[in-house]
Design a protein around this ligand. Structure first.
Ligand code: OKP
Ligand code: ZN
Length: 343
């Protein structure tokens, strides 16, 4: 399986994440990828290839132009406005501000485009986010050209980012970009399977009214887990997308019995949908020792998950998302990939 990875992820490493009223070292940190790279190396995977530059054309087709302008130029504006710290949003449009429009002031703009305040923007964030999307794009191209599957070792992750908001450690929605590239390349239907512990609100939002991209997600119930405001089972899609959104929320403590059977449900739905390509939002934070999650998967369960996904027998792009139990993140990620290859 080809692996794509860019060292430019290092350009994004905020000093602080707002967590429980404290500033802590971000959970989503550069060293996460070192553990994944080491496991790939030790277990005989191909040397990761650099993806080359990010192709902005498919991204501009999917994302809000004002949001992209903000990501591109926001940091310079912030510094020019005399701000001294990292970009952390303090004021956001909330209920009954549906008519909110982009402010001129950069602090206001930051709030306008931010969906969760734990995520800071720094000088290198935009370039890192582009390099992450570039890895996803290179993996898509490899699979479109006939590789059965490819792994994009994306960092920062993507599935919380909408067409016009960042947050939950995400800036550009890599999985959505890949799905759209498959569509643009001629696939009539594409499925996205999101196995990250957190609901992929961004991916859901981007495709919610579209019937050509199925989004299926297994995640911590929104009553109890970030991103809190989306991910309920009754969100089934709208308009042309009615029926093309499947949320499988699970309560705290869910282990393989429940999680594995939710995976079977998602896989059956994907099979019924009849896609020509599959994108997997591959988070491994459903692991029992994850510091910010509450499922109970064992490392061996990730191998079983990979094998189950392989039975779909689809051209597959894996995009890395979350996983914060730093010692195990490599083992669990590569278990999914190995389970898939042997499945
Ligand atoms: C990103 B991905 C920690 C709370 C963190 C944000 C979680 C983002 C997860 N005190 N809230 O889906 O793994
Ligand atoms: Zn997650």
């Amino acid at each position: 399986m080809q692996v794509f990875f860019s060292e430019d992820h290092r350009l994004h490493f905020p000093q602080a994440e707002l967590s429980g009223g404290q500033f802590v070292t971000p959970y989503e940190r550069p060293s996460r990828v070192e553990y994944i790279l080491r496991q790939l190396r030790e277990r005989g995977f191909d040397q990761p290839a650099d993806p080359g530059p990010c192709d902005m054309a498919p991204i501009r087709g999917l994302m809000d132009p004002g949001f992209l302008r903000f990501l591109e130029t926001g940091w310079d504006e912030w510094i020019a406005a005399g701000m001294k710290g990292e970009m952390i949003s303090a004021t956001n449009p909330v209920r009954r501000t549906q008519m909110a429009r982009e402010p001129r002031n950069i602090d206001g703009k930051l709030g306008y485009y931010c969906l969760a305040q734990e995520t800071a923007i720094t000088a290198g964030t935009w370039r890192a986010a582009q390099s992450s999307a570039a890895s996803a794009q290179a993996a898509q191209r490899a699979v479109a050209e006939g590789a059965g599957a490819a792994f994009a070792l994306c960092r920062p992750p993507g599935h919380h980012a909408t067409a016009d908001m960042f947050g939950g450690y995400c800036f550009l929605n890599n999985a959505a970009i890949v799905a759209q590239m498959f569509r643009d390349g001629g696939a009539d239907r594409v499925a996205i399977l999101d196995i990250d512990f957190h609901h992929g609100n961004g991916t859901q939002d981007i495709f919610y009214e579209r019937g050509d991209v199925l989004f299926a997600s297994i995640h911590g119930a929104p009553e109890d887990a970030f991103p809190y405001f989306l991910g309920y089972a009754d969100e089934t899609g709208a308009g042309a997308g009615e029926g093309a959104n499947l949320n499988l929320p699970l309560l705290p403590g869910a282990g393989w019995d429940q999680w594995g059977s939710a995976l079977d449900t998602a896989i059956a739905r994907i099979r019924d949908f009849g896609p020509q390509a599959l994108v997997v939002s591959l988070g491994v934070d459903a692991f029992k020792d994850d510091p910010i999650s509450f499922f109970k998967l064992e490392s061996g369960d990730f191998t079983r998950a990979g094998a189950a996904i392989a039975r779909l027998n689809l051209p597959t792009v894996f995009c890395m998302e979350g996983g914060y139990a730093i010692e195990a993140v490599g083992i669990n990620t590569v278990n999914v990939l190995e389970g898939f290859l042997n499945g």
